[in-house]
Write a protein that binds this ligand. Structure first.
Ligand SMILES: NC(=O)c1ccc[n+]([C@@H]2O[C@H](COP(=O)([O-])OP(=O)(O)OC[C@H]3O[C@@H](n4cnc5c(N)ncnc54)[C@H](O)[C@@H]3O)[C@@H](O)[C@H]2O)c1
Length: 382
């Protein structure tokens, strides 16, 4: 076990937060971080109570980001928080990241990185200028079998890619969307908080990221048809995107939050001229390898037949299922290596964690989808 634990702070991620628990467990899972303090939500009193329950030093809970930066920067470098995880709603990511990077902190940021391409480009330039380690929480890239998929494609095991199909279906907005009062309580449907998109910005962006992460291809053009369901609902809750990548590979992303009864049905399929690979988030320890005229093979984590990158992303022996906490934990571990500038760490990080490049790509995808759909479902470039 490492003894030089990285001091970690959270902005958001307190008791009332959805994603906070995943980040707390992920941070501990690789035994590289010491959760030290933070702003545990917009309510200071509740934040202090939450920190007390976690057993944290009360003096390291702050009322807001300004106080966090001011007080942490007063501490000697050996005590100061080094990495800050930004787990607030979307529109706060950019201003908070900008302030924290400028003040000298490394960052783990929830997706989408920003709410516009312009902000994303500006933040990426600042991060590079300041030599900041910046990890973006595209959680699914941390799954061993997603990493195995990436390695198998890179090593030519499905041949030349000829079709990509990603489905990301959820149904959780169905109980809110049909009633104007109820939907006004959902921040993901409020452009001031969520940004320009709900469904595509929340889950379509993961699908897009997985296409580029696993195939190494870049999406160049999109034709999108997004759906807000009601005229007075400003943001999309469903959509279909046709895309073309480098080398003119064709694919599609189907994303929905009104697929009634669906939970987190993310399915990624890549077909080459020599075989296909399929991964389902709700059954994440199985990677299906399809070959013409042969029974399907199922790859599973923890087995030596996997590529090293996938194998190193598993902590337990085969048959002991790991899930979303461990996937995010793998991303945290990759970021820890970069923060400590360890020998195994590569400057281009070899897929160990997404960063500002992926953050910019994500925003370019969202804005292209909106341009395409609003322009009458036409092809547009990213
Ligand atoms: N990577 C993933 O798979 C994944 C999954 C879910 C959510 N997310 C992302 O995580 C982010 C948060 O989503 P969520 O579902 O946890 O939202 P949430 O509404 O459950 O939690 C938001 C948290 O931010 C806090 N907050 C709001 N304003 C704040 C401020 N000014 N200072 C400090 N804290 C503040 C709230 O108190 C709350 O704790 C979003 O950007 C979302 O896209 C990512």
């Amino acid at each position: 076990m490492k003894t030089d634990k990285i001091r970690l702070g959270f902005i958001g991620g307190g008791a009332n937060s959805f994603i906070g628990i995943a980040h707390r467990i992920a941070a501990y899972s690789g035994e590289r971080y010491q959760l030290t303090g933070g702003v545990w939500g917009s309510d200071f009193e509740k934040g202090k109570e939450f920190a007390r329950q976690l057993g944290l030093d009360a003096s390291r809970t702050y009322s807001n980001l300004d106080a966090f930066i001011e007080e942490e920067n007063r501490l000697p470098p050996s005590e100061r928080i080094e990495v800050v995880a930004i787990l607030t709603p979307n529109s706060l990511h950019y201003p908070m990241a900008k302030q924290l990077v400028t003040a000298g902190f490394h960052i783990i940021c929830e997706k989408p990185m920003t709410v516009t391409v312009e902000e994303a480009l500006e933040l990426a330039a600042l991060v590079r200028d300041k030599n900041t380690v910046f990890g973006l929480a595209h959680t699914y890239t941390g799954y061993p079998m997603v990493r195995q998929m990436r390695e198998m494609i890179t090593h030519g095991e499905i041949g030349k890619i000829q079709k990509i199909d990603v489905q990301y279906y959820q149904g959780w907005i169905n109980p809110f969307i049909h009633d104007a009062d109820k939907r006004s309580q959902v921040w993901r449907l409020d452009p001031d908080t969520a940004g320009q998109s709900c469904c595509m910005g929340d889950i379509g962006i993961h699908a897009f990221n997985l296409v580029e992460y696993t195939t190494g291809l870049q999406v160049e053009r999109v034709l999108a048809d997004i759906n807000t369901l009601y005229e007075d609902n400003p943001l999309d809750v469903d959509g279909t995107v046709l895309f073309r990548t480098t080398h003119d590979v064709r694919g599609l992303i189907r994303a929905s939050q009104i697929a009634t009864g669906e939970e987190n049905n993310l399915t990624l399929a890549v077909y080459g001229d020599q075989g296909g690979l399929k991964w389902e988030q709700e059954n994440p320890t199985a990677l299906y390898y399809l070959k013409e005229g042969e029974p399907a093979r199922i790859y599973k984590p923890g087995n030596d037949y996997n590529h090293d990158f996938a194998q190193q992303s598993t902590k337990m022996a085969p048959g002991h299922p790991e899930g979303i906490f461990d996937a995010l934990g793998n991303i945290y571990s990759g970021i820890a290596q970069a923060v400590r500038n360890e020998p195994g760490h590569q400057p281009d990080n070899k897929g160990a964690f997404p960063g500002v490049t992926e953050g910019v790509r994500g925003m370019q995808f969202i804005e292209a989808v909106l341009r395409s759909s609003r322009g009458g479902q036409v092809w547009v470039s990213l």
